[in-house]
Design a protein around this ligand. Structure first.
Ligand code: FES
Ligand code: FE2
Length: 347
């Protein structure tokens, strides 16, 4: 049942020591960290669970280097706007939702779904330019996502089943103390999938058959997992922050929609949604049993990564042929679009 090449993996290469005076540590041009030069990667970031924002609710969230509000109007649509009122800066998260508008708690100015101030508490016409920054927002798999930009550069990837054929069980991890793209780079790092997570790949390393698209990649993973579950999965990453996985575990289908948030540079939460097909039993397991297995798997996997990611001093150093897919993802991230159009609003 073990993957091929285990003898190779035990091999040791005896070498002459390099004289101390000649020792060097080489690193390549770094992937810019989030916030470097005041810029952030332009990706979809999860920001809240749908359940946190019922109709008429407004919540404040840290995002990038500032603050936003996430609210749901009477029409049921979630909107995400800069948090600070352009009047004199009250945080709108302590305000209220009126129909589909946000009303500031301090002097009752109101902002519509485009962020325009359409009303002042005193009844005077609003200053012409008084407005909030409105982010592209969407809601899927029980999670709310925000795009860092004025227009999304790409859409969230789809599963092989339509969203309404799936049952989702979303939850959020504790805070991780590294940039979201560092967790995202775990997926093309197939060596760590074997070492840290205990996968036994059936044949070749999955990164050898990686399928790159304009905004990310997908790859097949055929392996056995820690309790000898047989996996036939596809896993992928989009942008700096979106992970998608789908496929069969012992013959039944599971999808994972995960995203890495960006509440502040150098930190993230992992938003995780386990998805199973809305059929009573599959592979002899009920919906509740399949969701429970998925949640256990995700919580365990995230816990296995946490001590490494929380303490990593990330440098792209000496890469080998086994890091080919990882190197490609680092290059993708080096060139990835970065901007901060909401800077003046959210700070
Ligand atoms: S600070 Fe918001 S209305 Fe005055
Ligand atoms: Fe990992």
């Amino acid at each position: 049942m073990h993957g091929t090449g285990s003898d190779e993996k035990d091999r040791i290469y005896p070498r002459e020591p390099i004289p101390v005076a000649e020792r060097r540590r080489v690193t390549s041009t770094e992937v810019p960290h989030e916030g470097h030069g005041g810029l952030f990667s332009q990706s979809w970031f999860p920001i809240a669970l749908s359940s946190e924002v019922p109709v008429g609710a407004i919540v404040g969230k840290d995002f990038l280097d500032g603050r936003v509000v996430v609210y749901r109007g009477a029409d049921g649509v979630v909107r995400i706007q800069s948090a600070y009122c352009p009047h004199i800066g009250a945080d709108l998260s302590v305000g209220t939702v009126v129909e589909n508008r946000v009303q500031c708690a301090f002097h009752r100015w109101e902002y519509d779904e485009n962020g325009m101030c359409v009303k002042t508490g005193a009844g005077l016409p609003p200053p012409r330019d008084a407005c909030l920054f409105t982010f592209p927002a969407q809601e899927r798999f029980g999670m709310i996502y925000v795009f860092n930009g004025t227009e999304p550069l790409w859409d969230l990837p789809d599963f092989e089943y339509a969203d309404d054929e799936l049952v989702a069980s979303p939850f959020v991890s504790e805070l991780y103390t590294c940039d979201p793209w560092i967790f995202a780079s775990n997926t093309p790092d197939t060596q760590h999938i074997a070492v840290v997570h205990g996968f036994r790949f059936k044949a070749n390393d999955p990164s050898e058959a990686i399928n790159w698209e304009e905004w990310g990649f997908r790859m097949k993973i055929d392996a056995w997992h820690q309790n000898d579950e047989e996996l036939a999965w596809e896993a992928g990453i989009y942008g700096s922050s979106i992970f998608l996985q789908q496929g069969l575990t012992d013959g039944w289908w599971m999808g994972i929609a995960a995203g890495f948030s960006l509440p502040r540079p150098g930190t993230h939460h992992v938003f995780l949604s386990v998805l199973v097909r809305n059929v009573e039993t599959e592979g002899g397991k009920s919906i509740a049993e399949r969701l429970e297995y998925g949640r256990m798997l995700l919580a365990r996997t995230a816990a296995e990564d946490k001590p490494i990611l929380d303490s990593i001093h990330h440098r792209v150093g000496y890469l080998t042929k086994a890091d080919t897919a990882l190197a490609k993802y680092f290059n993708f991230m080096k060139k990835y679009p970065r901007a901060h159009p909401s800077r003046d609003f959210i700070n």
